[in-house]
Design a binder for this molecule. Structure first.
Ligand SMILES: CC(C)(COP(=O)(O)OP(=O)(O)OC[C@H]1O[C@@H](n2cnc3c(N)ncnc32)[C@H](O)[C@@H]1OP(=O)(O)O)[C@@H](O)C(=O)NCCC(=O)NCCS
Length: 144
């Protein structure tokens, strides 16, 4: 497995299509709903398996000062619980520190709370319910 930013236009297209397929399409959200206003400034990472197939994605952007936010973490359903998500998150955290980000906040889907807790994130409080059906929880980690 290799974890690196998408490097070409086709790789970015595959990256956003993957996000949409895992995080938006199952809830009938239209193409385009997988992006927000922070894409240009954000750090994007994807995981490719040994055959070059995209199997996971994740993104980090600066919220303010030394605070960053992780969004759009997603791993191929057939490749979960193999450490792909953890590897993407660790690399996002490494790159966050390199850019002066020292703490990360995020809004986790209910099903992913344990994943983030295992990676050192504290559960703070309930937040929004996405698409009317997916409860989210605010989580936080100090990197340094
Ligand atoms: C959440 C997600 C990105 C985790 O990716 P992953 O590659 O399966 O996670 P990893 O294999 O790196 O898991 C790391 C640890 O978290 C645990 N874990 C992963 N997902 C979990 C879950 N849903 N519930 C409980 N524990 C979980 C694993 O057991 C593993 O623990 P271990 O290190 O003790 O073995 C992935 O399950 C996913 O894409 N979910 C659907 C999309 C989603 O909800 N994204 C998050 C949006 S906030």
């Amino acid at each position: 497995m290799v974890i690196r930013p998408p490097a070409t236009e086709p790789e970015f297209e595959a990256y956003y299509a993957f996000r949409w397929k895992i995080l938006r399409h199952p809830w009938q959200q239209p193409p385009g709903s997988e992006k927000d206003d922070c894409e240009e400034e954000a750090i994007h990472l994807a995981a490719w398996d040994d055959t070059g197939r995209l199997i996971g994605v994740g993104r980090l952007h600066r919220v303010r000062g030394n605070v960053g936010q992780v969004r759009y973490m997603a791993v191929d359903p057939g490749q979960r619980s193999l450490g792909v998500g953890k590897a993407i998150l660790k690399e996002l955290e490494f790159r966050a520190l390199q850019t002066g980000i020292q703490e990360i906040k995020l809004n986790s889907r209910q099903d992913a709370v344990q994943f983030y807790q295992k990676n050192g994130y504290q559960l703070l409080r309930p937040s929004d319910t996405l698409f009317g059906t997916i409860p989210h929880f605010e989580m936080w980690k100090r990197l340094r």
